[in-house]
Design a protein around this ligand. Sequence first.
Ligand code: AMP
Ligand code: TRP
Length: 327
Amino acid sequence: MKRVFSGVQPTSQIHIGNYIGAIKRFVELQNDMDCFFCIVDLHSVTVPQNPKELYKNSLQLAALYMAVGLDPSKVTLFIQSHVPAHSELAWLLQCNSYMGELNRMTQFKEKSLGKDTVTTGLYTYPVLMAADILLYDTHFVPVGNDQKQHLELCRDISIRFNKKYGETFIVPEPLISKFGARIMSLDDATNKMSKSNENKHSKINLLDSPSKIKKSIMKAVTDSESEVRFDVENKPGVSNLMTIYNILGDLPLEDIENKYEGLGYGAFKKDLVEIVVSGLEPIQSKYEEILASGEVEKVLKEGADRAREVSNEVLNSVKKKMGFVIL
Ligand code: AMP
Ligand code: TRP
């Protein structure tokens, strides 16, 4: 069975960009592949975190993973910091990667722009991500478009290591969908929907109330025309909303165009509110159920046990190849 690995940071709330670009696809993969889905808390602390929030968000993300339909009897769900091999392999890979290649990472440039101080963890973050993936003999990594460059670095590091020390790592392939891999911000369709955007109406979080969802969608930027037409270049705002409509409402773009011909943005947005609210409602009620059941900790403990077992094997083979003494 092929292996899948992916991670989401327990930073702030999870939005529909995360859902459409990554998490919804995790659910689709769980029946056919051996999947590891991680709550990457070590990645979160590359930028300042409130400890209480980080704690709460980590457990919340685990409950959300299950609420969207990930079945713990099929997939391995775990918290990154519960498996020390991630930090350990990250160090070994840092000693096999170069400043030149990290300097090229656009996400580091974006995240450090205008900051007085930037942690070295933020700089080496893509190497930790490579360690996450390589530790599980991963074949496929489902992610949104913004992680493409990090995946290329991971592939480069694994290929280089294999050449230097002999076949050790499986070289992973990214799984980035052609459509929906970059959901844009609702207040500015030239930027991706992002957890760090302070305008709460720039995004829809999976746990948002119907009234908040309605407000955010009704406020979403469109353009001065009134035609519902998919045209990313000239109509990025409308096209972004149509992408969400298409994926959550399961209606082809052409049918959406036909349905709203002559009706304008008002009718389109009103229906989109319905689609998003009814799409998120079952996730939200399942989320409450899962939190109340108290099963989250048990699932995470079992997940970490399996993750430790699998990753230790890979870590030991890396150490052997590099010449570390193993007794
Ligand atoms: P993060 O919140 O950075 O941990 O992202 C978790 C997953 O969601 C990653 O696979 C990202 O590539 C994906 N993702 C984040 N933002 C978006 C977005 N606006 N559109 C599509 N996918 C996204
Ligand atoms: N860097 C990813 C993000 O910010 C999260 C992540 C960490 C990840 N490790 C990973 C994604 C391994 C896929 C595989 O979205």
